[in-house]
Design a protein around this ligand. Structure first.
Ligand code: 3PY
Length: 259
């Protein structure tokens, strides 16, 4: 995951992935063979329970792709579960303050000389395999390898974005455009056409780049993903399982009705 992010920083192509809302080993295994750098397991809005998250992480990581988990909320125990299952990165929704971002970092780091403030408990049984490491190696390298990402998706987060971007240990800021628009009082799905949202997006991107962090943006098509990469973002998805299923099936249904 970090390699793909560095590649994107060198403008050698985006760190690109897909987004899962549905559970299932087979789905994750199928999607993880499509040439992505990462696949995100959405435990915030998806229908993906804790044990399903474990299965999907195994399916994705054994395909040589990085599993990322979007946890449901900024709770240390959720961060611990995702990392112990073997996530290469975590995405934390609705981060609004520097204090919240600092708490996320503490929860995601093992206590060590470099991170004495870390509170992650030792005892990850499945994570080493997801990194192709033994337990000792994993324990020694997780603090450097795991990518910590917070979502900037509210007005308050926008106000505090420079402080959040400056928090040591936060690797990436990821914009959730639907929630950002919603928090500004618009209909979430209209975000792409609202100038206030697009100005906020640029402000967040500028603060992220200024702090030397990775910038991510949600995208549901190759075109949008490419536009966001051109704009300066590093990390973009280019679809989601539920969108792919509904788009393909509804197209075929209407085509059949025309035949
Ligand atoms: C948003 O668009 O608000 C997201 O968080 C992406 O799912």
């Amino acid at each position: 995951l970090r390699k793909s992010l560095e590649r994107a920083k060198d403008r050698q192509g985006p760190s690109v992935g897909q987004w899962l809302e549905f559970p299932g080993y087979s789905l994750a295994k199928t999607v993880a063979g499509l040439g992505e750098d990462w696949v995100l397991i959405d435990c915030e809005h998806g229908n993906i329970a804790d044990s399903e998250m474990y299965h999907q992480i195994g399916a994705i990581s054994t395909s040589g792709v990085s599993p990322i988990v979007r946890i449901a909320a900024d709770q240390p125990w959720m961060i611990k579960r995702a990392l112990d299952a073997g996530a290469h990165g975590i995405m934390v929704p609705m981060c609004e303050t520097k204090e919240q971002a600092e708490a996320v970092v503490r929860a995601a780091k093992y206590p060590s000389k470099d991170w004495p403030q870390g509170i992650r408990g030792a005892g990850a049984m499945f994570a080493p395999a997801a990194f192709d490491q033994n337990g000792r190696e994993y324990y020694l390298t997780a603090n450097q390898n795991v990518v910590i990402c917070v979502q900037i998706e509210t007005r308050l987060a926008l106000q505090n974005v420079e402080e959040i971007a400056g928090v040591e240990g936060i690797d990436m800021l990821f914009i959730g455009p639907n929630d950002l628009a919603s928090s500004m009082g618009y209909v979430a799905f209209d975000h792409a056409t609202i100038s206030e949202v697009q100005e906020a997006t640029q402000t967040i991107l500028n603060a992220t780049l200024k702090a030397g962090k990775y910038a991510g943006h949600f995208a549901l098509s190759a075109e949008i993903a490419a536009q966001r990469y051109e704009q300066g973002f590093h990390f973009v998805n280019c679809g989601a399982d539920i969108v792919a299923v509904t788009a393909w099936m509804s197209t075929e249904m209407s085509r059949l009705k025309q035949l």
